[in-house]
Design a protein around this ligand. Structure first.
Ligand code: ZN
Length: 199
């Protein structure tokens, strides 16, 4: 086989050349034709070497589900009307930004500015509970943009914004709880180390 669009970076994934583009990225242009047709896409990689092993696109629910390097990801989509009719589609990054490209790294799929900023985040180790708190805040900020201004808060916002699907809200809540659980585990482990040292 071989040729353009097949092999390792098939299914919309591209490997870039410049700095941020060293990350493998996923372009909305790959999905746009399916979204425009309102077509449900259920793609299982035909080739073992393909890094995306699952891709589900449901234009009615405005999200995609994919599996990449054993990471299961749900990516939300958004659309804005075009001047000449129809819609333009976007990925909705974890930070709430509408973007055309997502990069894959430590945060999973996230936008360029997330990874630019997150040379800082990459310094967090997953053995550090602030890493999990930081991820919880990013998720909660999608529901309540004021969340990170309320001081240390580990409770998910109880009010769902009107524009958000209930399903989306539930998924964010679930993700938030998962990070809280992981963070607490790391925190307790850290405490037990201190306790053991002192007594
Ligand atoms: Zn982002």
């Amino acid at each position: 086989m071989g040729g353009h669009g097949s092999g390792r970076y098939a299914a919309g994934l591209e490997k870039g050349k410049e700095t941020v583009e060293q990350y493998t990225h996923f372009n909305i242009n790959f999905l746009a034709p399916f979204l425009k047709k309102g077509k449900k896409l259920h793609l299982k990689a035909e080739m073992k070497s393909n890094p995306i092993s699952k891709l589900i696109v449901d234009p009615n629910e405005m999200y995609i589900e994919l599996e990449y390097k054993k990471d299961q990801e749900v990516i939300y989509l958004d659309k804005t009307p075009c001047h000449f009719g129809g819609y333009r589609y976007w990925f909705l990054c974890q930070c709430g930004k509408r973007v055309g490209k997502l990069y894959h790294g430590q945060l999973g799929f996230a936008c360029r500015s997330c990874y630019d900023l997150n040379y800082v985040s990459q310094q967090y180790a997953k053995t550090d509970c602030s890493y999990f708190i930081w991820r919880m805040y990013r998720i909660a900020n999608k529901v309540d943009p004021e969340f990170n201004k309320q001081g240390l808060n580990t409770n998910f916002p109880i009010f769902k914004p009107k524009y958000m699907h209930y399903k989306t809200y539930r998924k964010l809540l679930h993700k938030f709880e998962l990070y809280r659980f992981k963070g607490e585990r790391v925190w307790i482990k850290g405490c037990s180390l201190i306790v053991n040292r002192r007594f």
